[in-house]
Design a protein around this ligand. Sequence first.
Ligand SMILES: NC(=O)c1ccc[n+]([C@@H]2O[C@H](COP(=O)([O-])OP(=O)(O)OC[C@H]3O[C@@H](n4cnc5c(N)ncnc54)[C@H](O)[C@@H]3O)[C@@H](O)[C@H]2O)c1
Ligand SMILES: O=C(O)C[C@H](O)C(=O)O
Length: 320
Amino acid sequence: MARKKIALIGSGMIGGTLAHLAAMKELGDIVLFDIAEGVPQGKALDLAQAGPPEGFDADLKGANSYDEIAGADVCIVTAGIPRKPGMSRDDLLKTNLNVMKAVGEGIAKHAPDAFVICITNPLDAMVWALREFSGLPHQKVVGMAGVLDSSRFRHFLAEEFDVSVEDVTAFVLGGHGDTMVPVVEYSTVAGIPIPDLIKMGWSTQDRIDAIVDRTRKGGGEIVGLLKTGSAFYAPATSAIVMAESYLKDKKRLLPCAAHLTGQYGVDDLYVGVPIVIGANGVEKVVEIELNDSAKANFQTSVDAVKELVAACKGIDESLA
Ligand SMILES: NC(=O)c1ccc[n+]([C@@H]2O[C@H](COP(=O)([O-])OP(=O)(O)OC[C@H]3O[C@@H](n4cnc5c(N)ncnc54)[C@H](O)[C@@H]3O)[C@@H](O)[C@H]2O)c1
Ligand SMILES: O=C(O)C[C@H](O)C(=O)O
C-alpha cells in the first residue's frame, strides 16, 4: 500500500514539530510548505537526516509551490503569524485571514480530498474562514484547540492529584480564547468526576477553580515565557492525535472546533465540541448535557466567536 501524504501548510515552529512527529510515527510522506524560501527545504532535509538514527522511513520534501501538496490525504495549516506578549489571539485576525484565503484556495485546487486541520489563530474564526475559502465539505475541515486546552487541563489536574496523566480525562469546550470552557463535571481521574474527588477531600473547589483559570490562560502563560512566539510542542502533538485518528480510522472522541448546524443551539459556526474523527472526517458531533453554569459560559464563548466571524465578513466581502 502506498504511503499516505501529509501536507503541512506553514513550516514554522509548529510546522517543523508536526513534521518531526509525523515522521517519527511513520504516518506517511511529508511535504512542508511555506512562503519563506529555504525554510521548508532546510527543515525537510534536516528531518530526513534524522531518519537513519531513528529508523523511520518517510520522504520529506520542502516546497514553496502549492503544486507539491497535490493529492495530500491530510493538510495541517499553521500558516500565519503567532502572537507576542501583550497581544491577544484576536489581534492576529486581519493578517491571518488573508493567509487563510491563499491557503484555502491552494488546498481547494491541489488537495480537495484532504482532511484539513486548522491551527492558525484566532482558531475558531480562522477555521470557519478557511472552510469558506476552500469550499471543502464541512466534515473534512476541523480546528485544533480543544485537544490542546484539554491536555493543559489534564496536566494541571495530574499534578494536583499526583497521578499519571494517563488516568486523567478532561474536556475543554467552546472557543479557543480566554472564554473557553473547561468542563469540570466531565473531567475525571480514572472515571471519578472531579466534583466527587473534591467531596472525598482530595482537592478543594478553590484549587480546582485556580486550575480552571490557569487552563484558560494557558496559551498566554507560554507566550509570556517564550516572548518571541507561542507554544508549539503540545499544539503539534495535539494535531497529530487528530490526524492519526483520521488516517487510521481510530474514531477517537476528541474536543475539536467543528462546524455546528444546530447542535448546542449554534448554527453555521465552528466552536469546540466533542466529535468523533474517523475515515470520513467528522463522523459525529456529541452533544453532552451541560449544567447551567457551563451552559452560560459556553454561550459567552460562542458569542465571542460570533463577533470574530462577523469581523471576518467585514474585512473580506466574499465571506459575507
Ligand atoms: N490552535 C491552537 O491551539 C494554536 C496553538 C499554538 C499556536 N497557534 C497558532 O498557530 C499559528 C502558527 O504558529 P507557529 O508558532 O508555527 O508560528 P511561526 O511563525 O513559527 O510559523 C508560521 C509560518 O507560517 C508561514 N506563513 C506566513 N504566511 C504564509 C502563507 N501565506 N502561506 C504559507 N505559509 C505562511 C511563515 O513563513 C512561518 O514559517 C499562529 O497563528 C499561532 O497563533 C494555534
Ligand atoms: O496562545 C497562543 O497565542 C497560542 C495558542 O493559541 C495556545 O493556546 O498556545
